[in-house]
Design a protein around this ligand. Structure first.
Ligand SMILES: NC(=O)c1ccc[n+]([C@@H]2O[C@H](COP(=O)([O-])OP(=O)(O)OC[C@H]3O[C@@H](n4cnc5c(N)ncnc54)[C@H](O)[C@@H]3O)[C@@H](O)[C@H]2O)c1
Length: 414
């Protein structure tokens, strides 16, 4: 048996690969098309933590762990998953190979189509490969907590008992899903395809509703800094907490959109990876679409995150300011808030997790070592949810204290 990791060169994928190398005995096949590196470069940015080439980091991982049974495959999921599943019949597939950016998906029609095609066709290709060649393989798929509809009640864990017009449903039904950007809609559609694969074909899948992930810490990076995972803090690929801490360190105001009333869930990278390793060892039953809400902080406002970083930054002598006027996602127009996420399965798993405040301290400490590489954090968002990206990036939108930082390119060359 073997483990197939799709998206293994990414932020979470590389961290997972390092942990699996330590924790599972089976051969591991690590797939990535390296497209994240290219997309980030197209935005005028780079990983803030330096990373080796995919081949070199795989070789280093093999040497460090003494595991000759880890293989790297540079290929797109759609191109390689059918032959790989046919040949290997893996025990588990972890699919992280997607374009994970809402701003990228809202830039223009080409990026929207690219996100839809990449994410949904890759997911569907995995499901059909399993149906054809290995129906007993367990799929662990990374979805998003942003799939759920914000409707003022707690976010159920996938399926809930519901009552309509006084009548209870005869079976648990999917919690409502709705999203306001193309990327998250691809995640909703992925979940629907996976549910179909489980119901109709009897596949076994764990569909992880992942909250925002933050942090840098992985299993092996203290042993060798070249085994660190990538870190993005630009406005297209940086997620909120990672970006805020990077902004705090480089002296740029934290970009708290629309006053920061929007709420989110959070989990540290280390904890997210611990949970993923756990799900790989706890297969869903045949025909089961097991949905897991993966957050340790189940509901926190963006303003609260910013204020926490302001406070911890002050302890480090950083004077952290907030910029609350930007609203590129038109969040002020969406008053309905999500409730806290139910996280029964994560808590039942007994995985030790880190407190948010401690996680932020670690992140700040780690990023201080790379402060000269945090330029992406100073860039302001260029993608507006209604009008997309401007043809020409406007230098006036760069934070006033950061004139020396290059602007993101709004579109791919050519
Ligand atoms: N990081 C977060 O906060 C977060 C939150 C919720 C959900 N997720 C989900 O977790 C998964 C991993 O996220 P991440 O932050 O590590 O993203 P990432 O972009 O760093 O990693 C994804 C990796 O997949 C690769 N990839 C993309 N499309 C591919 C394809 N078709 N074939 C082969 N490789 C491909 C990319 O090159 C990249 O290395 C994604 O599905 C994302 O939607 C992430």
């Amino acid at each position: 048996m073997s483990v197939l990791v799709l998206g293994a060169d990414g932020y979470i994928g590389w961290s997972l690969l390092c942990r699996l190398a330590l924790e599972v005995d089976e051969p591991i096949i690590a797939v990535d098309d390296l497209s994240k590196r290219e997309r980030v470069a197209c935005c005028g940015s780079d990983s803030a933590i330096p990373i080796e080439s995919f081949d070199d980091r795989i070789e280093l991982l093999r040497k460090t762990t003494g595991r000759g049974d880890i293989a790297g495959v540079v290929a797109g999921v759609e191109d390689c998953v059918e032959p790989l599943v046919r040949a290997l019949k893996p025990r588990v597939i972890v699919n992280l190979a997607q374009i994970p950016s809402a701003p990228w998906s809202m830039m223009d029609v080409d990026r929207a189509k690219e996100t839809i095609a990449n994410n949904e066709l890759g997911n569907v290709a995995v499901l059909f490969a399993m149906r054809e060649h290995s129906p007993h393989t367990h799929l662990v798929k990374m979805g998003s907590m942003g799939e759920y509809a914000a409707c003022g009640v707690p976010l159920g864990e996938g399926y809930v008992d519901a009552v309509l017009d006084g009548l209870p449903t005869s079976v648990p039904v999917p919690f409502p899903r709705a999203a306001d950007d193309v990327y998250h809609i691809t995640k909703i559609n992925d979940s629907n395809f996976i549910a179909m694969g489980c119901r109709v074909w009897g596949l076994a899948a764990t569909d992880v509703m992942q909250s925002i992930v933050y942090g840098t810490r992985t299993a092996l990076w203290r042993q060798d800094a070249r085994l660190a995972t990538r870190f993005d803090c630009d406005p297209v690929f940086g997620s909120v907490l990672n970006r805020f801490v990077a902004q705090a360190i480089c002296g740029a105001p934290l970009t708290v959109h629309a006053g920061g009333k929007a709420t989110t869930g959070l989990i540290s990278l280390y904890d997210s990876v611990s949970a993923l390793v756990h799900w790989t060892q706890e297969p869903a039953a045949p025909g089961e679409h097991k949905v897991v809400n993966q957050a340790t902080e189940t509901r926190i406002s963006v303003l609260e995150i910013a204020q926490l970083i302001q406070r911890i930054g002050a302890e480090q002598g950083l004077h952290v300011q907030l910029e609350t006027g930007l609203d590129p996602r038109h969040e002020a127009e969406r008053p309905c808030k999500a409730g806290p996420a139910r996280t029964f399965k994560l808590r039942q798993s007994g995985i030790p997790t880190i407190e948010l405040e401690q996680g932020v301290r670690y992140l700040m400490q780690d990023l201080l070592e790379h402060r000269e590489r945090l330029g992406g954090a100073r860039l302001l968002p260029e993608v507006d949810w209604k009008s997309g990206a401007p043809d020409e990036p406007t230098s006036s939108r760069t934070a006033s204290r950061t004139p020396d930082i290059p602007q993101p390119r709004a579109s791919l060359p050519g």
